[in-house]
Design a protein. Structure first.
Length: 472
C-alpha cells in the first residue's frame, strides 16, 4: 500500500511543461522497489536524445514505466499529451507495445514516435504495431530534432542518421533522466540522483559513461556491428572533462564504463593510461574486455589495471570449451581465457601483497547454448573455479533478434521468446530442446564431484556460482 501511495504522489508532483512526453521503459516498479541496483541503470540513449532536443528548444516531459507499479498509474501520467517518444529495446518491446496502445486510448489523436535497438533489428515486428506511428531504424541523434518538429515529413519506417564520432555528442544532462520514487528507496540504495547507485563494483555515487559504441567482433549471439554503424570513439579528454564536471557538480565515487568493448584501440587506451591517473581523482572503475585482446596486449592491460584503478574487469568468457567458443564464433580459445585468468590472478596477488585492492572478474558466462554438451558445461565451471576473485554473471542463452544465431533459431521455430514475451528473467527457458533442469542442477552443485575431477588444485564448492544466474 505504501509503495502505491509513493508512486501516486510522485505522479501528482510533476508539473507539465510540454505537450511531448518521453517515456522511459522497463519493468513496472523498478524505480519504486527494485530487485537490485542493475534495475536502476539509466538509459543513455534517452539522456542523449532528450539533451539534444532541449538544446534545440524542444522541451519534453519525462515519465517512466519503472516509476509506477500499475498501468492505471501510468495512464494518469499519459493524459493530455500530443506526442509520445520511446527508445525500444527487444526486452522492453512488450512494455513499449502496451504503453503505446494505452497512450492511443487516452489520446486518440496523439502521435507515437519510436526508435532504438528493436526498431533496428526487428522493424517488421515494429511495423506490425498500428500504435507505432513513426519508427526510426538506427541512430537518431541527427534526425530527432527534425522528426519531432515535423513528423509528417518522415515516412512511417525510415533509417536514422548518427554522428560520425561520439565526440560530436553533447554531454548528457543527467537531470533529464527519471528519478527514483520516494526517499526510502533513495536511502536504501544510497542513491544520489542524477548519479546512479552503487552495485558492488565500486562506491557510490556512480558515474556511468560511454567511450565507444560498437564491439567490432562478429559473435553469433550478439553481432552488434552488423546493425550499428561504426562510430569514432569519444576523445579521452572529453571523457575526462565529463567525469570531472560530474564530480564537481554531484560527486563521483566510482565509474562504470558501459562500452560493449572498452579494451580495444591501443592508441586510445595508451592515452587513457597517460591522462586518467593524472587528470582525475583516479576513481575505481568497471569496464569490459576480451581474453584474446588481453593476451594480445598483456603489458598494456596490466598497466591499465595497476595504474588507472581498473578494479572490476568484465570479460565475456561465455564458455570454457573450445567447441562452444567456435560455435559462437567468439574468436577466442580456452587458452586465451586461461591466460587472462592467470594474469589477473597474478596481478591481484601482487596488489594484495602491497596492501592494495586486487582486481576482480565480472565473469560473463552463458549456459544452455544449443549444442552444448554436459562436458562443455563442466569445462566452463572448471574455468570459473580457476579464478581467484570473481563475481559470476551467468545467464541462459537467449535468442534475441539481431544476432545470427538468434535469427536462425527464430526461423527454425526453436525460440521460446517472442514479441509477446521478450524478457530478461534469469530462470526462464528460452530455447526448445535444452535440458534446463540439468543446468539448474549444475548451478546447485549436484555435479561438483564431476567438475572437480578435472581440477588439480584445491577448489571451491558450488557456492561460487549458486544464485549467480542473471538476466540474459
Amino acid at each position: 500500500m505504501e509503495v502505491c501511495i509513493l508512486a501516486t504522489l510522485f505522479s501528482r508532483q510533476k508539473k507539465k511543461q510540454s505537450n511531448i512526453l518521453w517515456l522511459d521503459l522497463g519493468d513496472l516498479g523498478d524505480l519504486v522497489h527494485p530487485g537490485g541496483p542493475h534495475e536502476q541503470w539509466q538509459d543513455h540513449g534517452l539522456g542523449l536524445l532528450r539533451t539534444i532536443l532541449h538544446q534545440n528548444g524542444i522541451l519534453t516531459d519525462i515519465a517512466s514505466t519503472r516509476a509506477v507499479t500499475s498501468w492505471e498509474q501510468l495512464a494518469t501520467q499519459l493524459q493530455g499529451y500530443d506526442m509520445l517518444i520511446m527508445n525500444v529495446r527487444s526486452y522492453t518491446f512488450p512494455v513499449a507495445l502496451k504503453s503505446a496502445r494505452l497512450f492511443k486510448q487516452i489520446n486518440p489523436t496523439g502521435l507515437v514516435l519510436t526508435g532504438g535497438m528493436h526498431a533496428t533489428v526487428a522493424p517488421d515486428e515494429m511495423e506490425a504495431i498500428e500504435a507505432f506511428d513513426k519508427i526510426c531504424m538506427g541512430p537518431g541523434e541527427n534526425v530527432i530534432v527534425d522528426l519531432v518538429r515535423d513528423p509528417a515529413s518522415f515516412p512511417r519506417l525510415f533509417a536514422g542518421e548518427g554522428a560520425k564520432s561520439m565526440g560530436e555528442w553533447p554531454m548528457i544532462d543527467r537531470e533529464l533522466w527519471p528519478q527514483p520514487v520516494g526517499w526510502r528507496m533513495k536511502r536504501k540504495w544510497k542513491w544520489r540522483w542524477p548519479m546512479e547507485p552503487e552495485c558492488g563494483w565500486g562506491p557510490g555515487p556512480v558515474a556511468t559513461i560511454l567511450t565507444s559504441r560498437v564491439c567490432p567482433w562478429q559473435c553469433v549471439f550478439c553481432n552488434e556491428s552488423s546493425y550499428i554503424a561504426n562510430m569514432g570513439r569519444k576523445p579521452v579528454d572529453q571523457v575526462i572533462d565529463e567525469l570531472n564536471f560530474l564530480d564537481r557538480k554531484y560527486g563521483v565515487g566510482s565509474v562504470v564504463i558501459h562500452d560493449s568493448m572498452f579494451f580495444q584501440n591501443p592508441t586510445w587506451l595508451k592515452e587513457w593510461l597517460e591522462k586518467y591517473p593524472r587528470k582525475t581523482k583516479g576513481w575505481t572503475y568497471w569496464a569490459a574486455g576480451r581474453s584474446d585482446t588481453v593476451r594480445q596486449w598483456p603489458d598494456l592491460f596490466e598497466a591499465l589495471v595497476k595504474e588507472t584503478n581498473w578494479r572490476t574487469i568484465s570479460i565475456g568468457f561465455e564458455s570454457g570449451s573450445d567447441r562452444i567458443l567456435k560455435l559462437l564464433n567468439k574468436e577466442v580459445t580456452e587458452e586465451d581465457n586461461f591466460f587472462t585468468i592467470d594474469l589477473v590472478n597474478r596481478i591481484g596477488d601482487e596488489l594484495e601483497a602491497q596492501g592494495e585492492t586486487p582486481p576482480i572478474f565480472w565473469s560473463n558466462i552463458m549456459l544452455g547454448i544449443p549444442g552444448e554438451s554436459r562436458e562443455d558445461a563442466f569445462k566452463t565451471m572448471r574455468m570459473m573455479k580457476r579464478m581467484k576473485r570473481v563475481m559470476p554473471s551467468i545467464a541462459f542463452y537467449a535468442p534475441y533478434p539481431g544476432s545470427a544465431l538468434g535469427y536462425q533459431l527464430i526461423a527454425e521455430g526453436k525460440s521460446l521468446m517472442s514479441k509477446d514475451n521478450y524478457h530478461r528473467f534469469p530462470g526462464d527457458e528460452k530455447v526448445k530442446g535444452i535440458d534446463y533442469q540439468f543446468f539448474r542442477d549444475l548451478l546447485a552443485g549436484k555435479y561438483d564431484d564431476e567438475i572437480n575431477k578435472g581440477l588439480s588444485d584445491s577448489v571451491r564448492g558450488a557456492e561460487l556460482y549458486e544464485g549467480a544466474l542473471v538476466k540474459a
